[in-house]
Design a binder for this molecule. Structure first.
Ligand code: FMN
Length: 251
């Protein structure tokens, strides 16, 4: 298999890093490659905050629910949807920015995620390990304070980066036919849901997960433990307030 295909097919999330640094020239190379990602209208409505400082990592740590990768990885990258810079350019050039709305937030968030994923693939192709942290959208209000993000800027995801100090088993994926629809969407039936989720449910690690959490099914581990309705509703409220405070939707 070609080298790049191998990088994509063999990847796995890395949560333990060695003490070896990721030097600035390598990081800059990864960020430069990341910024070649497609971007809406070539506006580049994103910013990337590089955190190496121990004190700032300590401040970020509880905002990522104390996941150890934040303090243990040499580099933490916070990818932000950012219309602040573009708005300022418009104003300076006598152009009226119309980006204080939800669509513009989505535009900037999509741009930020495309850069993030491109940086991740670039990093993995160099043998580095990465882990996304979804906690960013749960505590965006507090991350904004720590990283001093101005109006027009919202953190959308965080990636920890470092040299791997583990080689975990690859985790499963649904079969391709479960996620790909030919020409038009074909809705799932009880039978296809059974078929597509069977091998995931039959894995030993899944069974262990169900047992440890005292649940009847793997789906219940998601609905009752990992991604609960009450949490989702609470953090949706926080994020909606952030969208208001940062000027993307009306107060
Ligand atoms: C948006 C996003 C948020 C994630 N958040 C976390 C996280 O907070 N903590 C963590 O350990 N892994 C996190 N992950 C990693 C996933 O758990 C991981 O990608 C998934 O289990 C599949 O494993 P793999 O990447 O090794 O294939 C996140 C991944 C994504 C894409």
């Amino acid at each position: 298999m070609a080298e790049f295909s191998k990088t994509l097919m063999n990847r796995r999330t890395i949560r333990k890093y060695s003490s070896q640094e990721v030097d600035d020239s390598l990081l800059n190379e990864l960020l430069t490659m990341g910024c070649r990602a497609s971007t809406t209208g070539n506006m580049q409505v994103y910013s990337i905050i590089v955190t190496r400082d121990t004190q700032i990592k300590k401040e970020l740590s509880p905002l990522h629910f104390n996941q150890k990768m934040i303090t243990e990885a040499p580099v933490v990258l916070t990818f932000c949807a950012d219309f602040n810079r573009f708005n300022k350019w418009c104003v300076l050039r006598n152009a009226e920015p119309g980006y204080d709305n939800f669509l513009s937030f989505m535009t900037a968030a999509i741009d930020a995620l495309l850069v993030a994923q491109t940086v991740c693939v670039a990093a993995e192709s160099k043998g580095l390990g990465i882990c996304y942290l979804g906690t960013t959208t749960y505590t965006a209000d507090k991350i904004i304070e720590v990283l001093k993000l101005p109006k027009g800027v919202i953190p959308v995801t965080t990636v920890t980066l470092g040299w791997p100090a583990e080689n975990p088993e690859q985790v499963d994926r649904l079969p391709l036919e479960a996620v790909v629809h030919k020409e038009r969407y074909v809705d799932y039936t009880k039978e296809t849901i059974e078929e597509y989720y069977r091998s995931k449910e039959e894995r030993d690690d899944s069974k262990q997960f169900v047992k440890e959490n005292n649940k009847e099914s793997l789906a219940q581990v998601f609905t009752d433990v990992r991604y609960k309705k009450s949490d989702n509703e609470y953090f949706s409220g926080v994020l909606l307030q952030v969208l208001k405070d940062q000027g993307f939707i009306e107060q």
